[in-house]
Ligand binder design. Sequence first.
Ligand code: COA
Ligand code: MG
Length: 291
Amino acid sequence: MRLRSLLFVPGDSERKFAKARDIGADVLILDLEDAVAPSMKDAARAQVSALLDDRSPRDWAFFVRVNPFDTGLTDDDLAAVVKPGLDGLLIPKANGAHDVVRIAETLDRLEAANGMEAGSVRIAVVATETPLAMFNLGSYTPAHPRLAALTWGAEDLAAAIGATGNKEEDGHWTDPYRLARSLCLYAAASAGVAPVDTLYANFRDPEGLEADCRRARRDGFTGRIAIHPDQVATINRCFSPSDEELAEARKIVAAFAAQPDAGTLGIDGKMYDIPHLKAAHRTLAAAGDTA
Ligand code: COA
Ligand code: MG
């Protein structure tokens, strides 16, 4: 499952779903949580459930963001959307891996009841939205078999700690959110799941999004949340290896393959060792290239 671009679509908007479905996102996340007003929760749940019944072929994964446990809505959300066609869930405001276990137990039951392959519904987690969550990022290791990705969020965390803002005047995150971003990255790498960067709120700023995605990819993120269709192409481009990167990766892999007993090699006057080989394999895997 490719997790480069994950586009949020409010669960109560059929119009937005129609627009999102062929925009090129790897994942659509139908939202039942904060993009849906309390008065529309039931309607959104029914609509997302109905959308899942359309089993025509698609080239994106169908995820649903359910409401968090403290709302009392989570079980009804799961009962409505865990059915054939669902590829994954996004858990908001998680406090740690015990929340993954709790969702997974319900999934085990609902998959069996609905004739779905056991373990087929994957889980992604918004792992930094509560203060407690910040202390539990290590709990995602070892990873639950359903866990596919960790992402992070700054808005709910800011609200939870009583912050009056989370950005510097130049637009960069302040320290508490830089910490959340970094720890999410380490937690995902440690667990061996995809680190997915948070959303870029200004959807009319493609240059800013592009620059921010390049920083994210440099740091190790492998994909990003989108909130507007216009962001998807930029995200896909930024998180896909360029032709030059692919050519270099193939060269490194070929050089090590030609000298299987070498731990370090010189290629074009530069030193390469095992970490470079691992990075090259990762680059090729990101492009779906298994050479
Ligand atoms: N998915 C699918 N279609 C979307 C979309 C999305 N996330 N965001 C916007 N669109 C559609 C609009 O419906 C509009 O289509 P139309 O011309 O057929 O009406 C078109 O794209 C252009 O939208 P635009 O006018 O630029 O934005 P907007 O003011 O209508 O919407 C938001 C702005 C922020 C409300 C909207 O982008 C949105 O709902 N984003 C997702 C929010 C969300 O799910 N948040 C939860 C996670 S933080
Ligand atoms: Mg939120």
